[in-house]
Design a protein. Sequence first.
Length: 423
Amino acid sequence: MSLITVGINHKTAPVDIRERVVFAPDQLDQALRDIRALRGVREAAILSTCNRTELYCTLEDDEQQAEVIDWLGRYHHLNVSEIEPYLYLHEDETAVRHMLRVACGLDSLVLGEPQILGQLKTAFQQAANSGAVGRHLNRLFQHAFAVAKQVRTDTAIGASPVSVAFAAVSLARRIFGDLGNYTALMIGAGETIELAAQHLHANGIGRMLVANRNAERARHLAEQYGGEGFALPEIGERLHEADIVVSSTAAPLPILGKGAAERALKKRKHRPMFMVDIAVPRDIEPEVANLDDVYLYTVDDLEEVIQENMESRQQAAAQAEEIVDLRVEDFMGWLRAQGAIGTIVAYRERAEAARHDVHEKAERLLAQGRDPQEVLEFVTRTLTNKLTHDATSALNQAAHEGDTELLHAAIQLLNLNEMPLKK
């Protein structure tokens, strides 16, 4: 059995590559069924966020790795050559370490950010609901969740308010200064948008607008900050009101184009607009960045801002890495033990068969009127001989052949008092 992670993330690929391999939420169930149908794939889970797409799989052997990579390309109608330069492949122990680091936020654009843990839990639940998770991935995900909790508890990695949403708001403050006289338009209503709304409110934003596919959800979020919510189709009519636009939806195509931005700027008499597109695939057409008076940033552009807020997390991250290293070995110990399960079961079944055989013979002797003490002696002697026969025969053979390695292993395995072995 082989455990692998195949992925692409913000470190290995720019956003225009990452957005081509995103799995939309409504695609995941079918995608999981498809990948499970590949030859040799036992278990599978898919994590797909704005910063990463990763496949976690258990395979019958290493030969199936190439098939998984080929499938990723085929599923997104891409030649493997188009994405292979950006892919990474982790196997067994390195795959375990990678997942634990992802869960703890150690591999995130924002070091230690907590959102990825929730996204990982969602990915696990979706895979479990699709029947794509078995014993090994189930154990790995649960282990990752426990390690992430330990890191949050034992280190200060989450103490500083650093996130993509926080970075976006920090950048807005650099451009506009006091936000009290400005209006923000939030497009979407997911966790990232909620965080951005919280940070904007905390920084005194003058007015909050929220647009979402579900108008009721938009209104619910906006009302928390005394704002106004509406449906996505109304964006064109309301865009000119916004000085700050933060967008993060799961739309497969851009929802804000260059034309809409041009019309908004005209109504605004070219007062500047600050836009942050956190979505992957992108919500705002890249051409919008070419317009005068528009400052458009993507998640990749936020990295510099984020780095400035990272110093307080570096020491905590080093402590977290130590925890991860220890817990990787814990999981690998469990994984290695799984290889012995068949042997253990077979050994116990043979011992049980011997017990059952001796028990039946003892019952027959008692039914014949034999003395119980004599029957008890028969049971203990016969059972002892049955359980030790194969081992003693093998030890005799090892001693005859001078196989001291096997003899020393037997001393440890059978918990015997070690004695000098005769040569």
